[in-house]
Ligand binder design. Structure first.
Ligand code: N01
Length: 480
């Protein structure tokens, strides 16, 4: 009999898991989604300018490629439509439980099953739990003094208030990461004045975006090989050129030059340029890929503020020097709570072990997928599987394939649990590979936890991850 599977989250990961179960003829699964719609991060991030910085032909499932992406880099709306299309096409709808938040999952060793609890207090047993909640799903707000005294309108970039018209307003955007870089040009166009609060400058390289012409799209439709070849070309290009940057390899100087040329070409004012010049090695934090960010900062209605924020006051923001800059709107483009994997779900494994206790020193999982003492629990986009250079969809597909390979094993031999020795060996290998990366340099980023451990990123090429997750190695697990 097929195992019953609870999938948490209906973003790229959860949907991929559902699709592969469906394709394998397994219909004993439920996808729990706390929101009213599928799409994950692409449902939540609707801010103006929201788009992906991985090319369209690569930022999609390998088994569901689209010839008719309208642009080289997909915009949020098109990605969300793509995910909804996938859910429909592969028949996931009857398995989706929307508006249903999973709050806890407890492994009951007496029956070898997980008891999954949802926010409405319902409990349901499952053989297997697959988490597809991702790494960028919980907005992080700063804790500036006075935030609650603010009398204007404030919201996080991932909770955009579309009813609040920014035309003519005095807006403050806090942050300058990938989200802010996309938001700022759009806001600058309509706001009366925009203050951009930057704490750390980012390396920025141009985005070779543009619309596909109808002829190009027709060619991709008529000649599927062309589409497959383009996908492969993009993959190899990123893997071959960008990955080496992360390990101080051959292309580092090339990318540094690309970024410094980009800054010089787009920003004439030497004082502004100096403020925008990073002092840490390229790649240590996520490289911003955008061609509109710098030009927006040179607009007469835009100021780049680099003085630290001291507090929020009722009508604006006070900086460390005591200057109050008026703002009737604050956009917190301040990122996500990335290192608290699976929070706030309470996961309790064998012997009453709580996942959040086990991960107190930093989240970790064998292959980013399995954790000792948590039998039949699998993670998608788990610890150390984020990429600093390529499409995360590739990683998710590798993980789903791996989990699909686990299902016959656990069906035949009982619940599978990764051995602590396998976890230790994995940790050692990871540490060794991590030591070669630029993330170990002294920059802060969302890749690291408070103790400075890189808990989010995979330190190798995506091809290597694909290879080592091709199939589960039964020797790494105990069964029954
Ligand atoms: O978040 P971030 P994001 N005081 O964490 C600043 C993906 N993504 O939403 O750099 C002052 O990168 C913070 O300052 P600092 C992508 O993986 C992908 O922009 O920490 N400032 C920083 O500037 C990306 O990496 C796409 O010094 C504070 C900003 O807020 C990830 O999402 C598009 C502060 C946060 O930047 C997150 O990007 C968009 C404080 N107290 C996003 N706290 C694609 O195209 C925070 N900041 C696929």
């Amino acid at each position: 009999m097929a195992p019953t599977v609870a999938i948490i989250g209906a973003g790229f990961g959860g949907l991929c898991m559902g699709i592969q179960l469906q394709r394998a003829g397994i219909s004993t699964y439920t996808i729990f989604e706390k929101a009213g719609r599928v799409g994950g991060t692409w449902r939540d991030n609707t801010y103006p300018g929201a788009a992906c910085d991985v090319p369209s032909h690569l930022y999609s499932y390998s088994f569901e490629q689209r010839h008719d992406w309208t642009r080289r880099y997909p915009r949020q709306r098109e990605i969300l439509a793509y995910l909804e299309h996938c859910a429909r096409k592969y028949g996931l709808r009857p398995h989706l439980r929307l508006n249903t938040e999973v709050t806890a999952a407890v492994f009951d060793a007496s029956v070898n099953r997980w008891r999954v609890t949802t926010a409405d207090g319902q409990e349901e047993p499952f053989d297997v739990v697959v988490s597809g909640v991702g790494q960028l799903n919980r907005p992080r707000l700063p804790d500036f003094p006075g935030m609650s005294s603010y009398e204007g309108t404030a919201f996080h970039s991932a909770r955009w208030d579309h009813d609040h018209d920014l035309t003519g307003r005095r807006v403050a955007v806090i942050g300058n990461g990938s989200s802010a870089a996309q938001i700022i040009p759009r806001v600058a166009r309509v706001a009366g004045h925009l203050d951009v609060y930057q704490r750390t400058p980012n390396w920025v390289i141009p985005k070779a975006d543009g619309a596909y012409s109808p002829r190009e799209r027709l060619a991709f439709q008529r000649v599927p090989l062309l589409l497959a070849a383009d996908r492969e070309r993009i993959f190899r290009f990123i893997e071959g050129l960008v990955f080496p940057v992360l390990v101080g390899g051959w292309s580092r100087r090339l990318i540094v030059k690309r970024a410094t040329d980009h800054l010089r070409q787009q920003v004439e004012d030497p004082a502004l340029r100096a403020k925008l010049t990073p002092t840490y090695p390229i790649g240590c934090r996520r490289i911003v890929i955008d061609s509109d960010f710098y030009p927006a900062l040179t607009q007469p209605n835009v100021d780049l503020v680099t003085e630290p924020i001291a507090r929020v006051v009722p009508h604006g923001i006070e900086t460390a020097g005591g200057t109050v800059r008026e703002a009737d709107t604050i956009v917190y483009a301040t990122g996500f709570q990335t290192t608290d994997f699976l929070a706030p779900i309470e996961i309790t494994g064998r012997e009453g072990r709580r996942l959040h206790d086990v991960w107190k020193g930093g989240a970790e999982a064998y292959l980013g997928v399995a954790v000792p003492y948590f039998p039949n629990l699998f993670l998608l986009y788990g610890p150390n599987t984020n990429l600093g250079h390529n499409s995360i969809v590739l990683m998710i597909e590798s993980q789903v394939r791996y989990i699909m390979g686990c299902l016959p094993l656990l069906s035949a031999r009982g619940p599978m649990e990764v051995r602590p020795a396998a976890m230790d060996a994995w940790r050692r290998a990871l540490d060794q590979a991590m030591a070669r990366t630029v993330w170990e340099a002294s920059c802060h980023s969302w890749y690291k936890n408070a103790a400075g451990r890189v808990t989010n990123n995979w330190p190798g090429p995506a091809t290597v991850y694909r290879r080592i997750t091709r199939a589960p190695r039964p020797g790494a697990y105990t069964f029954g």
